[in-house]
Design a binder for this molecule. Structure first.
Ligand SMILES: [Zn+2]
Length: 288
């Protein structure tokens, strides 16, 4: 970018309306990696086909998104917290995105976590391991917590990042089962990517949105090949089953979905083309 004289891109905040709620897409940044090392379950030729079709060849950028929900009956809710600072230079920008719209960390009352991979929960803590959201209750599926905290088979590195992220929140973590977790907010079990992977559906005034976490990690590849996994999937078969079911439902019901790795600003509907799917970006609003 330097030679063209363009300063760093800071377009990291986009608003949407769902009933009386304002949903804000927040970019934590992105990571980038060769897809043949990240995508599992399909052939290198299929990966290449999908990448070529979406004009995303080579090292593909994977967005890290989080969402802020505000409404007259809601105190500010954050869904996921991004990767946080100190891991990679292209991520950890969520707090700046929040501050750019005048929302400060101490105003966040609830953080709903989709799962405990670092790119979703490590942003709960700062470089010193202290809580970034001093007044927030952290909400997580009981099954997800149990896996990362009690299961011997869980990936050790990922587990230790999750432990560090939750440590300063001890005593204000709420464990949930699928169902209503706050008024108008439904936790939806979407297991596979991780055992307690959870989406959150917000319903207001007849409209709704499903914030579905990591149903897709690489949207272009997995919409074309829904059976494509990611190396970070804990259970590949269950991930594919969950994805197929929610893809079908989203396409049939024209659900508005928001993903943590869908192309920023991340909110779209899904259309079925034979055995493939296509993301259609939704329209954002220019002010609240
Ligand atoms: Zn993720």
């Amino acid at each position: 970018m330097e030679q063209s004289g363009i300063e760093t891109s800071t377009a990291s905040v986009v608003h949407w309306k769902v009933g009386g709620l304002v949903i804000t897409s927040l970019s934590d940044g992105y990571f980038q990696m060769p897809m043949e090392r990240f995508v599992a379950g399909i052939s290198p030729a299929e990966i290449e086909t999908a990448q070529r079709a979406s004009l995303r060849e080579g090292n593909q950028r994977i967005n890290i998104n989080a969402y802020l929900i505000r409404g007259k009956d809601h105190r500010p809710i954050l869904v996921d917290a991004g990767l946080g600072k100190g891991m990679i230079p292209t991520a950890g920008k969520l707090l700046e995105a929040l501050q750019s719209i005048g929302v400060f960390a101490d105003e966040i009352k609830t953080v709903l976590l989709t799962h405990l991979h670092a790119d979703h929960c490590r942003g709960l803590i700062d470089a010193n391991g202290q809580a970034v959201y001093p007044n927030a209750e952290v909400v997580i599926s009981r099954a997800e917590f149990a896996y990362w905290f009690e299961e011997q088979g869980a990936d050790k590195d990922a587990a230790s990042l999750a432990h560090a992220a939750l440590k300063p929140y001890e005593g204000r973590i709420r464990f949930i089962e699928p169902g209503e977790v706050l008024p108008g907010v439904l936790a939806v079990a979407l297991p596979g990517h991780t055992p307690g992977h959870t989406g959150y559906q917000f319903d207001d005034g007849g409209d709704s949105i499903l914030i579905w976490g990591d149903v897709v990690n690489v949207p272009d590849v997995q919409s074309m090949f829904p059976r494509a996994g990611a190396v970070t999937d804990v259970n590949n078969l269950q991930t594919i089953k969950t994805r197929s079911e929610i893809f079908e439902k989203a396409a049939r019901e024209r659900l508005l979905i928001a993903g943590m790795h869908t192309e920023f600003p991340g909110i779209a509907q899904l259309v079925r083309d034979d055995d493939r799917f296509r993301f259609v970006p939704a329209s954002w609003i220019d002010r609240q």
